[in-house]
Design a protein around this ligand. Sequence first.
Ligand SMILES: [Fe+2]
Ligand SMILES: [Fe+2]
Length: 195
Amino acid sequence: MDREKLLAAVREQVTEHRYQHTLGVMETAIALARKYGVNEKKAETAAILHDYCKFWPEEKMRKIIKRTPHIEKDLLDYDKELWHAPVGAEVVKQTLGIQDEKILNAIRYHTSGREKMKKLEKVVCLADYIEPNRIFPGVEEIRQLAENDIDAALIKAFGNTITFLVNRGKKVYPLTVMARNSLLAEQKNVQEELK
Ligand SMILES: [Fe+2]
Ligand SMILES: [Fe+2]
């Protein structure tokens, strides 16, 4: 599907505010893909579709999580903000015919991250954090890190998310902790190779 068709499909699903966010994620993901040698077209498609189910009713998402074998059921015990990512991947696969697993994984893990993230997943996840409409404390620092080191930027972003949740007495989804640990290990390996 081309860009315009995908954008039109998303526009029917989300608010105008979220649509503007989607455009920001798309532009940012394309720029990051170019910088870090990732397929730009795949980054564009995943970015456009990443929040497809953001505003779906809780019950509808719950049903999809329950009936889709490869969606972890423990997700239901965590913040509902996480649900739209794996549900979105499933829905765009079924309704828009998106079959590319790399694209689907970038959508699936854009909120939580996961261990051993692929480059395309990193690009979409980071673009979601730093697109130009985002204004939250610390976003500028992550934008700066993203200029030269996508892993350092994501470590900071996940760290901020974890701290935010802990400070509010909330549960942290394990995949986010694993994502950060895994990126720290990758970083350490790179540093040791350079010694
Ligand atoms: Fe999202
Ligand atoms: Fe988003």
